[in-house]
Design a protein around this ligand. Structure first.
Ligand code: NAD
Length: 485
């Protein structure tokens, strides 16, 4: 029996576009030279697939391969200009449930110039929900909306992943960034779940920052952070900031982790202007491949590759993007850089911190299935399109649509309460949120009551865009008040 074949892990590899094929070749040459046990399925994604008319840039054969191997090492692709093309990354991540994006952002002072010599931060970004659900509407001539969806299971998965990651890699602290002083329900849920899960990891310090000051602190003194977990949009922005301030975005790898299937890549794009010139730096993809090796249980190989790469950095063997006179020693191309790393397999850095990865199982997380015991409908927000900007006039006429079961409580415009007691200085758009509830503002109302209300609103000549149910969960109101209400 050939035992070598038996221990090989199946992976799917896409060489991508632009500089993709060159940096993928360099990456594979290095990890195979270090002894990675891989059974590679090559697939095509990106430009050529888009050109065949597949708008997501990915074919059925690639989906089949990913379901078979469950591990995807992916080079960057070129997204064609113009409409009609969907982002391959977003499609792959969401279709295959890759809920966690992990980006270690490390500075390599004094070998790569950086304003932050002591930086070693891991950004863990929720990858599937938040404003990236992509549910958007134009509702009136003046107002558009995008729904921000934050779910309990989605949040539990990412928060637990962040703590499990910290535990596995001996990190000391997990920081959560949200804006829950403003978004009390959505970001509030993210923060609440963070507070619920943190005590299960007493050995790890847990802290929460409001995102604005947190981001400022991270950009100013990143050495005070360790692992940072946050919702999708904040993570998208701040993971690029964090990678950039290490000195170069070109050095960061990224992992997209799912319950079943995971994807590993560089954070940069396909740099078409540098393609085919043996210039590109393969380090981002290589560090993505290091995360892949750890994920598939080949931590010993990941250790060898990462330390050889650190030693190459230290020895001043640099590609053009990080080469600096006086700091670097040798300017090399992609192939020569790969060769330099291969020559250093078995060596360790002396100035930079060496790494050690244990052989381990991938991080797996569970959700609690926790639900509220009770849910009670107590009213509705009816959204109206109305060109007349007189809030008092609108309120007074809309009041007539109420009855003993449900009455108009307030109207807001862009979240600010403008009825009753609107102020003349307030700017109003053509988009009004009109809240109807029982007189005591907490008694249950039926769906029939709401449907009948909408019928009266419609028959009275109001143009309603949508209605939103107002609920109590576990006897507590689960909707925001109008600002100033
Ligand atoms: P880019 O990251 O490709 O390039 C930005 C700059 O960084 C360029 O000046 C480039 O020369 C340099 N650069 C990037 N990677 C480098 C490397 N490994 N070595 C040396 N220099 C490097 O960003 P862009 O130009 O905005 O995008 C180009 C294409 O890549 C676009 O089609 C974009 O949609 C796509 N893209 C793909 C991914 C992905 O597949 N994950 C991510 C981002 C962008």
């Amino acid at each position: 029996m050939n035992t070598n074949i038996a221990t090989k892990t199946k992976i799917t590899v896409a060489k991508g576009d632009g500089i993709g094929p060159e940096i993928m070749q360099a990456t594979l040459d290095i990890i195979l030279a270090a002894g990675a046990q891989l059974d590679i399925e090559d697939v095509e994604i990106g430009e050529k697939v888009y050109e065949k008319g597949l708008s997501a840039g990915i074919s059925q054969e690639t989906w089949d391969s990913l379901r078979r191997t469950k591990v995807f090492l992916k080079a960057p692709i070129t997204t064609p200009q113009g409409g009609g093309f969907k982002s391959l990354n977003v499609t792959v991540r969401k279709t295959l449930g890759m809920y966690a994006n992990v980006r270690p952002c490390v500075s390599y002072h004094p070998f790569v110039s950086t304003k932050h010599p002591v930086m070693d931060v891991v950004i863990i970004r929720e990858n599937e929900e938040d404003l990236y659900a992509g549910i958007e509407h134009q509702q009136t001539h003046e107002v558009t909306q995008c729904l921000k969806l934050i779910s309990r299971p989605g949040t539990e998965k990412i928060i637990r992943y962040a703590f499990e990651y910290a535990k596995k890699y001996n990190r000391k602290k997990v920081t959560c960034f949200t804006k829950d002083n403003i978004m009390k329900l959505t970001d509030g849920l993210f923060h609440k779940v963070f507070d619920e899960i943190a005590p299960e990891y007493p050995e790890i310090e847990a802290e929460h920052w409001i995102i604005d000051i947190g981001a400022a602190k991270m950009a100013d003194t990143p050495e005070n952070f360790d692992v940072i977990v946050m919702p999708n949009l904040y993570g998208d922005v701040l993971s690029d900031v964090a990678a950039q301030i290490t000195g170069s975005v070109g050095l960061a790898g990224s992992a997209n982790i799912g319950q079943e299937i995971s994807m590993f890549e560089a954070i940069h794009g396909s740099a078409p202007r540098r393609a085919g010139q043996n210039m590109a730096n393969p380090s981002g993809l290589l560090l993505g491949a290091v995360m892949m090796l750890v994920h598939i249980g080949q931590g010993d190989i990941a250790t060898k590759v990462h330390n050889a790469w650190l030693k190459t950095m230290e020895d001043g063997v640099h590609t053009y993007d990080i080469f600096r006179e006086g700091v670097s020693k040798e300017k090399v191309g992609t192939k020569e850089f790969a060769q330099a790393v291969i020559e250093r397999i078995g060596q360790e850095p002396t100035t930079l911190k060496k790494v050690t990865y244990e052989k381990s199982e991938p991080i797996a997380v569970k959700t609690s299935g926790k639900k509220a015991d009770s849910r009670k409908l107590v009213g509705t927000d009816v959204f109206l399109y109305c060109e007349d900007r007189d809030a008092n006039k609108l309120g007074d006429s809309l009041k007539a649509c109420g009855n003993d079961d449900i009455e108009l409580i307030m109207i807001s415009n862009r979240g600010l309460t403008v009825y009753p007691n609107g102020q003349p200085e307030t700017f109003c758009t053509d988009h009004w949120r009109c809240r109807f509830m029982a007189k005591d503002q907490k008694s249950e109302v039926s769906q029939d009551t709401i449907v009948a209300l909408l019928d009266r609103v419609n028959k009275a000549g109001f143009d309603f865009i949508k209605s939103e149910g107002l609920y109590y969960f576990d006897e507590k109101p689960a909707f925001s008040l109008g600002q100033g209400q």
